[in-house]
Structure formats: C-alpha cells, structure tokens
Design a protein around this ligand. Structure first.
Ligand SMILES: Cc1cc2nc3c(=O)[nH]c(=O)nc-3n(C[C@H](O)[C@H](O)[C@H](O)COP(=O)(O)OP(=O)(O)OC[C@H]3O[C@@H](n4cnc5c(N)ncnc54)[C@H](O)[C@@H]3O)c2cc1C
Length: 285
C-alpha cells in the first residue's frame, strides 16, 4: 500500500527536484545552508542502482544550472550506488558522480548507514578522498563503539566529517544504547574533531550537545568559520534560525524523493512528539 506524501511532508521537502529547489532557496534566503538528499537506501537491483546514479548526477547538474542561490552540496548513500551488490560497481559509480561534482564544484557527503557497511563505507571514502579531496566528506556515528578510532582515522586524513548520534537499530556489542553513554562519546568526539579535524559538522538537535559545542569553541577561541551545525529539514526550525542568528553556520539536511518511507519511519521512531505532530496535521483542515 502506498502511504500518501501528505504524511511525510513535514520532514521531506518534495517528491522531485523541481519541488525541492524552491524550498532550498527559501532556506538560503533565511541565511541557512542546505545539503540535498535524494531518498532511497539498501538497493539490491542493478537497474535501480543505475537509475539512482543518473538521478544523483541530474541533481548535481540541476544545482549547477539553477539561477537560485542554492548550495552545491548533496548527501548520498553508498547503498544507492551499489554497495550491497558489488563494491567495485559502487566505487565506479562514486567516481562517475564525483567527476561531475568536481567539474561543477559540488560537495558530496557520504551518509553513514547500518553497521554492516561501516567499514566498507569508510574504505570507499578513503579511496575517493585521495582522488577528489575537498569534494567529498563522510559521516561518523557516535553510538558505535568503534567510532573513537574512526575519528582518529579521519582526523589523520584531514577528512571532512559530519558527526551524528546514529539512526539505525544496532546490537549492544556494537553500539552504546543509553542516551547518556552516547552523549558522553559525542561530546568527546566533538572536541577531537574541533581541535584536529577539518571543518567538522555537528549534526544534532540535542540542546545538551549544542551547548557543549558552543562552550567548547568559546573556551578554545575556535571561530565559527572552522565548523558548522547541521539539522534535519522540519526539525526545530526555530532553533536552526536562532543558532544562525548567534553567528554560527547552520546547514539543513533536505531530503526529497518518492522513497521517503524508511527515512520518515526513523524520524517517527526517534521522537513520539513527531508522531503527534503528524496526527495533528493530518486531521487539521
Ligand atoms: C544533518 C543530519 C544528518 C544526519 N545524517 C545521518 C547519517 O548519515 N547516518 C545516521 O545514522 N544518522 C544520521 N542522522 C540522524 C542522527 O543519527 C540521529 O538519529 C538524529 O539526529 C536524532 O538525534 P539528535 O541528537 O538530533 O536528537 P535526539 O536524540 O532525537 O533528541 C535528543 C534531545 O534533543 C532535543 N530535541 C530533539 N528534537 C527536538 C524537537 N523537535 N524539539 C525540541 N527538542 C528536540 C531534546 O532535548 C531531546 O531530548 C543525521 C542527523 C542530522 C541532523
């Protein structure tokens, strides 16, 4: 059964590029940067991978060709480019996409997916980072027990890292489960990335971590040009603006596309208030 898009539209900008660009331009008009994410994940059919690659390339070209003042910055998932089918196919697809990104001066962030692909994702990132450098960045998840070493590994490389808590259900032997444990690690990695990393992105809606970041940068005289905050489209929009007004960079992750159900479900699972918000809007005229 196909659920109607009206359910998801608080968290998903539109179902196509044409509908998404005006939303990104609107955010830019408010002083917010964006990264656009074409939704979809865990693709296992070759034809769907080919289609996803073509859509990513189309998106990069659309961002280059538009007259609207939108950042040339996208977020992608390697599982959409064939990681779950064949690693060399995925690497070839990534290179094809990054050739267009380099030509159009676009930044491509590789989102991090489930722990079954963490190592493969980092290895592919390392290969393409060596060739495409400032056009590509990666994501690390504070809930994974391996992440301290990955932060070190990415700092040594001078890689651009987005730090998030992690959105997938992971077993206890691989991931911290308690919020207090995750926050503790997150704070530690923020400090490592802010002192030794390359323009880290602090991706969270969590006041405790936002405040910890602000205190740390002010105590170390780290200027706002050296990092940015990131939040998801539709989540705490007032806070996004407020942080921008305080003088920090704020980038909004703007998902779009027809394959919105898994992303939408993760947002509902994270926060019961989100379910309430959807229900209220569903029954509102
Ligand atoms: C830009 C961005 C990119 C991401 N990329 C990835 C990725 O590549 N891979 C991945 O696994 N995950 C990714 N995530 C998701 C991330 O891992 C978390 O699942 C998600 O951000 C929820 O964690 P949180 O720290 O934002 O807040 P939560 O843990 O959901 O909430 C913690 C606290 O934040 C405050 N809060 C949160 N939401 C609200 C609200 N609506 N109103 C008021 N207070 C609120 C409350 O104090 C709450 O107790 C990304 C997140 C962002 C922001």
């Amino acid at each position: 059964m196909q659920l109607p898009f009206i359910l998801a539209r608080r968290f998903v900008a539109a179902q196509d590029v044409e509908g998404t660009l005006p939303k990104a331009a609107e955010l830019k008009g408010q002083g917010l940067s964006t990264t656009l994410d074409l939704l979809g994940e865990y693709v296992r059919e070759r034809a769907v991978v080919d289609q996803a690659k073509a859509s990513y390339v189309e998106l990069v070209r659309a961002l280059h060709d538009t007259d609207a003042p939108i950042d040339r910055n996208i977020s992608i998932k390697l599982s959409m480019l064939g990681l779950n089918i064949d690693r060399s196919l995925c690497l070839d697809n990534m290179r094809e996409l990054l050739d267009v990104a380099r030509e159009t001066d676009t930044f491509v962030r590789i989102d991090m997916e489930g722990s079954d692909v963490t190592e493969a994702t980092l290895e592919i990132f390392e290969e393409v980072h060596a060739e495409y450098d400032r056009h590509v960045g990666v994501v690390l998840q504070a809930y994974l027990k391996r992440t301290r070493e990955d932060v070190e590994r990415m700092c040594a490389l001078g890689a651009r890292v987005r730090l998030c808590k992690g959105a997938y259900k992971e077993p206890e032997y691989l991931a911290w489960q308690r919020m207090s444990d995750i926050r503790e690690r997150y704070s530690e990695y923020i400090e490592m990335l802010l002192t030794r990393g390359n323009f880290p992105a602090i991706a969270t809606h969590d006041d405790l971590l936002l405040d910890a970041t602000k205190s740390f940068v002010s105590s170390r005289d780290i200027t706002p040009e050296r990092f940015e905050f990131q939040m998801l489209y539709g989540i705490r929009p007032d806070t996004q603006l407020q942080i921008r007004q305080e003088g920090y960079g704020m980038r909004v992750y703007v998902p779009f596309g027809t394959a919105w159900l898994p992303y939408f479900s993760r947002r509902l699972r994270e926060r019961k208030e989100n379910v309430w918000f959807i229900l209220k809007n569903l029954f509102r005229k």
